[in-house]
Design a protein around this ligand. Structure first.
Ligand SMILES: [Zn+2]
Length: 119
């Protein structure tokens, strides 16, 4: 064991965080940097195409979540992190997959894993 371990600062969360971060992965969205970034994306999308492309906003968020998790995450994990229903996340992921932004794989337990693709 090395380094300092600290626990998540989110209320009621006792998880130990990685690399001395203030929040666990589930609560990293509470972290100023990420939430500010997402806020900007929301605003951008809202002002640019009000309601035209509802999945566009989510697609950006999914990519942020994947990025935050080192490039890959299960649909379950993404939906929990974003507080969005699985069905919505699946729809967004299939859109991203068609655009070549992510690749989707199904584990032998039937979980869908999304991996971010570069370029
Ligand atoms: Zn937490």
């Amino acid at each position: 064991m090395s380094g300092t371990s600290r626990s998540c600062e989110a209320e009621g969360c006792l998880r130990v965080t990685r690399e001395g971060k203030p929040y666990c992965l589930d609560h990293v969205l509470l972290n100023g940097y990420v939430s500010r970034m997402m806020g900007e994306m929301f605003e951008l999308n809202r002002s640019r195409n009000s309601g035209k492309d509802p999945t566009g906003i989510l697609a950006n968020e999914v990519l942020v979540v994947l990025e935050d998790r080192g490039g890959a995450a299960s649909v379950e994990r993404i939906s929990k992190t974003m507080n969005a229903p699985d069905t919505v996340i699946r729809k967004v992921l299939s859109g991203l997959s068609k655009k070549g932004k992510v690749t989707l794989a199904v584990t032998n337990r039937g979980k869908t894993i999304a991996k971010r693709r570069c370029g």
